[in-house]
Each structure stands twice: as structure tokens, then as C-alpha cells.
Write a protein that binds this ligand. Structure first.
Ligand code: SAM
Length: 249
């Protein structure tokens, strides 16, 4: 029995009887997955609903799916987690995007902090962000999510801190923090429908200036992730996993 494929559409592609698939998904459904009339396909509207459909008809530029049923039983975490990731070297962010998508993150923002050594220019930034968006979409499909995490453009830390006040809490795992831990800060939050930001430093960690800029926000909490120093790609994944453990399992 073949696993049922999941695709994501905009609301305006859905009416009360059927769903119209357009764009790259047409070729993927028709020629890569080689679906036929009558095959079952799951469709998510990126707003939390999942539609059970079957292929009704093929056209050159679109596919019509007949809606068999709908559910709003979600695979999304109640807690909304945004990961601000200090831009790491090489293709580490590919792994971070994939694993944090599986773990339920809602948004990923690549951030230039003091010790980021990756050189970004207008030509490579577009390609990088497009690649990360594709990885997020594929990981969302594989893990059966109802929403594809939003991958934002690469931003500077000083521009990011202006928006941190919108979160209930901003968790900053800081390698020099000795007193507070992730556990104590998460336990201090009552209830679990929280809007949480996580800020992870790059390979070189946070500079004193990064921390000074971050702690200007009263909702920022510096936390330790334990006695060992985790790689930057481990720290974000581990932190999102522990938030998932605390609020979802
Ligand atoms: N340059 C730092 C050092 O060698 O001490 C290591 C930075 S670590 C590779 C990258 C990021 O992961 C840190 O900035 C922090 O956000 C997080 N991190 C890693 N281990 C941590 C720990 N034990 N406690 C808190 N944060 C940690």
C-alpha cells in the first residue's frame, strides 16, 4: 500500500467540492509520483486543515482533486516556536531546517551575529534561502505536517531584536550561562499555548555585544543547555526538541 502523498495549496485553490493543483506539483503528481485517476492524495491549506481527496481529472497545467473529506485534527504543535539561528558555515542550516521542521518549528530566521563568518551577498543569499524553503517543504511533507514552516530571509541581529517583544518568551541558550537552565525557564511559563522564540549562536558563539543587544528585551531569558558545549547545529535542534517534549508529549 503506497503512502498517501501530501501537498500544500492556497485557500483560493479550494472550493466546496474540489481542489485545483497548479505549478510544480502538477508535474510531481503526474510524472514523478505517476498518480492516476482515483488515487488518494492529502491536501493541506497551510492554515491547519487537511483534505482527503482523490484524483478526478488531469489537464496540462492543473489537476482537479475531488474532496472526499476534511479534518482540522492537526499535527501542528500548539506552542508556536520561531528559531533564530546564527548563520552557520557550509550546509549545516540544511540539517537544522530539516530537523526543526520535523520537530514542529513554525518559523526559521537565519541571523547574522557578531561571530558569523559566512560571507553573504545578494546573489548567493537568494539561492540559499530558496534552498532552505525547499528543504522545509520536503520535510513538512515527509513528517505529515499541516503547515510548512516559514523560512525568512537572512537578517542582522540588530534588526531582529526590534521584533522580539512580540514573543511570550525569548530563549537564548548561552554557553556562558551558569544559573538558569532551559528547564527552569520553560517550567516558569504557565500553560503551553505559548509564542516562543529561540536564538542560537553560530560556531563562534555569542559575543558580549550580541548578548548586550539581546538582553535589552525584558522577555529574553539566557539559559544553559547543560555542562557540554553543543555544536550550533545540535543546539537549535536539541532546544526545539526539549520544547516539544515539555509542551506536546
Ligand atoms: N564558542 C562557544 C564555546 O566554544 O564556548 C561555543 C558556541 S556553540 C558551538 C554555538 C551555540 O550553541 C552557542 O552560542 C549557544 O547558543 C548554543 N550552545 C551550545 N552549547 C550550549 C550550552 N551548553 N549551553 C547553552 N547554549 C549552548
Amino acid at each position: 500500500m503506497r503512502a498517501i502523498s501530501t501537498f500544500y495549496v492556497e485557500k483560493n485553490q479550494i472550493n466546496d467540492k474540489n481542489i485545483t493543483v497548479i505549478g510544480d506539483d502538477v508535474n510531481h503528481i503526474k510524472n514523478v509520483l505517476r498518480h492516476r485517476i482515483g488515487d488518494k492524495i492529502d491536501i493541506c491549506d497551510n492554515e491547519g486543515s487537511r483534505y482527503f481527496t482523490e484524483v478526478e481529472s488531469f489537464f496540462d497545467d492543473r489537476i482537479i482533486l475531488h474532496i472526499l473529506g476534511k479534518t482540522s485534527v492537526t499535527t501542528e504543535m500548539k506552542t508556536c516556536v520561531t528559531l533564530y539561528q546564527g548563520l552557520p558555515k557550509a550546509d549545516k542550516l540544511d540539517l537544522i531546517v530539516q530537523k526543526c521542521t520535523e520537530l514542529g518549528v513554525a518559523e526559521i530566521v537565519p541571523v547574522i551575529t557578531d561571530r558569523v563568518i559566512v560571507k553573504i551577498n545578494d546573489s548567493n543569499r537568494v539561492n540559499k534561502v530558496e534552498r532552505w524553503k525547499k528543504i522545509a517543504s520536503e520535510a513538512a511533507k515527509q513528517s505529515g505536517r499541516q503547515k510548512i514552516p516559514v523560512v525568512q530571509d537572512i537578517q542582522k541581529l540588530e534588526n531582529v531584536v526590534e521584533n522580539l517583544s512580540k514573543y511570550d518568551i525569548v530563549i537564548v541558550p548561552y554557553e556562558n550561562e551558569c544559573e538558569h537552565t532551559l528547564k527552569t525557564e520553560l517550567r516558569a511559563l504557565n500553560g503551553n499555548n505559548q509564542n516562543i522564540a529561540v536564538v542560537i549562536g553560530p560556531e563562534g558563539g555569542f559575543s558580549d555585544k550580541d548578548i548586550e543587544v539581546l538582553v535589552r528585551n525584558s522577555n529574553v531569558r539566557l539559559v544553559s543547555l547543560g555542562k557540554r558545549i553543543l555544536r550550533t547545529e545540535t543546539a537549535g535542534i536539541a532546544t526545539v526538541a526539549m520544547i516539544m517534549y515539555e509542551y506536546e508529549l
